[in-house]
Design a protein. Structure first.
Length: 591
């Protein structure tokens, strides 16, 4: 046995020796099949991945449901982050509205992409297409960088601990791991100017408002006359019309201008800032045919009839939509929000506060003596948007009557964990042709909206009223703030002529109406949270609901709002970032 063992070892040593002599590098590690930065300049699809990563990080306002953190809604999910914010847990360490990480990382991706655009051969076989790719990609990258700067500004700008109005850190290059991340925040208006610069630079390349196929050389936009029609259509044609376009950039400029003009940031109430916002919004409205171009179905863009008519092959999209996500098949939002009798979780519950904001059919606020509001029949003779957006007691939804009155029924207020806490269920954004019955569940097309035309009307109305009063007009507009709001209310179904709008003569009265119309038109689309803050409103108004027994309506407080008006009109910088980087100044009051 010993002999055999020694012989075997000698045999193996000979094999190993031979192996090493013939393969002297066998133990030297070979290159792994991993992506490296060098690939960015050699592989167009890999390089474009940086841009697409930024696209994937664009948040959709319309499904966040941060209204739960406002006076417009509560949630029956006690772990909901926005519920926790509203009831006293918002801090620099717990912030569901944090846009810091997503925005900063997206900006870094875009900066890296911008450094490689000129190095990549996007179409090595065709110089003309290669040049057009570079132009479009630059436009998209600068536009997206501006967008993420705007999102960061909205969430983090504010009065710093040093008493100054601060904006955001401006990062214009990719920062390597070993480089300096300790970048201070610029002043608020320096930050605004930097974001404007990105948008304006994007418009040098995205010179057409939309991605459409053109028919002849005369239609080639400024700066593109040297290219062929076929090449232009290949890169800037309708096949890419879900990407960020010139029209989208102009709409984002209007949104930025409104933020800068708002009371929380326009501390001296400079009229020029309001004028700028009005003119930016008017420019976008005019693209769509002016005030008469308002989509008659724009306020119900989420209904099956509007979704099903979209046919991108024929360039047929909703006139209301400026920018949206691509279609996806789902039933997630219905599962979250349908009443429990329809197999939903009833998660988002509109408040009595919001219900009371809807006027009567005549257009008057319900507390106006001439409104005709009947407190014993509170849902009768109301603005049609109330029944379109909210399920109230005895509403018919999906052919079923929804009873929210107190009693022994699954939809009743506080009946089960999935029942409403306010006496109301959400209806807006939901497809009523979805079935959640476990034996016959269906999923259908949905999309999420980034920007729609209604927002531009509301931006224009707010800014024009502050600039020129209810009846004044921007230099590039043929319509006033009052006319813009009247158009939205007429579309909504307010009885015509709209006597309430006609009665308004002061800037202050018009301001109140505009803010209320913005609340109604954009409810559950992710605006109310920051609107209340940029207007410096009282954030502590409690969320109210209704108890219904027989025909008696009693209104009750459902949830407190534990905000501090002294500093919570501005969001915090993440505390971990402030602790890591001494150049970052936290907003006043946050810990």
């Amino acid at each position: 046995m010993k002999y055999i063992h020694i012989t075997f070892l000698l045999f193996m040593s000979m094999i190993i020796s031979t192996f090493f002599s013939s393969c002297e590098n066998v133990l030297v590690p070979t290159d792994e099949n991993l992506n490296t930065e060098d690939r960015l300049s050699k592989d167009p699809s890999f390089s474009e991945g940086l841009l697409m990563t930024a696209y994937l990080r664009v948040p959709s306002r319309s499904i966040a449901f941060d209204e739960v953190a406002t006076d417009d809604a509560v949630s029956n999910n006690k772990t909901n982050g926005y519920l926790r914010m509203a009831t006293g847990q918002w801090s620099a360490s717990f912030n569901p509205k944090n846009m810091w990480d997503n925005s900063i990382s997206s900006i870094l991706y875009l900066n890296k992409f911008l450094t490689y655009i000129d190095q990549v051969e996007w179409k090595w076989s065709d110089l003309e297409l290669n040049t057009l790719y570079k132009k479009r990609f630059q436009g998209e990258a600068y536009a997206l960088r501006g967008l993420f700067g705007l999102l960061l500004l909205e969430s983090c700008a504010g009065i710093g601990e040093n008493g100054e109005l601060l904006g955001i850190p401006i990062i214009r290059n990719f920062i390597e791991a070993e480089e300096n991340f300790n970048i201070p925040r610029l002043g608020f208006f320096e930050s605004v100017d930097s974001i404007y610069a990105d948008f304006d630079h994007a418009l040098k390349f995205l010179t057409m408002d939309d991605y459409v196929d053109i028919q002849n050389p005369e239609q080639l936009p400024e700066g593109y006359s040297e290219f062929s029609v076929s090449s232009y259509n290949e890169i800037f044609g309708k096949r890419v019309n879900q990407r960020i376009s010139g029209r989208v950039v102009k709409a984002l400029k209007a949104r930025l201008a409104l933020l800068a003009a708002s009371p929380a940031f326009n501390l001296q109430n400079e009229t020029s800032l309001w004028e700028n916002a009005a003119m930016n919004a008017a420019e976008v409205i005019n693209i769509n045919g002016g005030i008469n171009g308002l989509d008659p179905n724009g306020h119900t863009y989420y209904l099956p009839a509007q979704i099903n008519r979209i046919n991108l092959d024929n360039n047929l999209d909703q006139k209301e939509i400026i920018w949206r996500t691509a279609m996806s098949v789902s039933n997630a939002i219905e599962r979250q929000c349908f009443p429990p009798s329809l197999f939903g979780n009833g998660d988002i519950n509109p408040t009595q506060n919001l219900v009371d904001a809807f006027p009567t059919l005549d257009g008057y606020p319900i507390d106006d003596a001439t409104s005709g509001y009947d407190e014993n029949n509170p849902y009768v003779n109301r603005d049609p948007r109330l029944s379109q957006y909210i399920i109230y007691n005895n509403s018919v939804f999906k052919g079923a009557r929804i009873n929210t009155s107190l009693g022994d029924n699954i939809n009743a207020k506080d009946a089960t964990d999935n029942s409403t806490r306010t006496g109301y269920y959400l209806k807006k954004l939901l497809r009523d042709d979805i079935n959640l019955d476990p034996v016959a569940t269906t999923s259908l097309n949905h999309y999420n909206v980034h920007i729609r035309y209604t927002e531009m009307f509301l931006i224009y109305a707010e800014a024009a009223n502050e600039s020129w009063g209810p009846d004044g007009k921007a230099p590039n507009a043929s319509y006033s703030a009052k006319e813009a709001i009247a158009a939205l209310r007429k579309r909504a179904g307010i009885k015509q002529p709209d006597q309430y709008v006609a009665s308004i003569s002061s800037k202050e009265e018009m301001r109140d109406l505009i803010r209320n119309e913005r609340r109604l038109e954009l409810c559950f689309e992710g605006y109310r949270f920051w609107d209340m803050r940029r207007w410096l409103m009282d954030l502590t108004e409690p969320a109210m609901g209704v108890n219904i027994t027989d025909v008696l309506y009693s209104y009750v407080q459902v949830e407190s709002r534990a905000y501090n008006n002294a500093y919570m009109h501005y969001g915090p910088i993440p505390q971990r970032e402030v602790l890591k980087y001494d150049a970052l100044i936290q907003n006043k009051g946050w810990k």
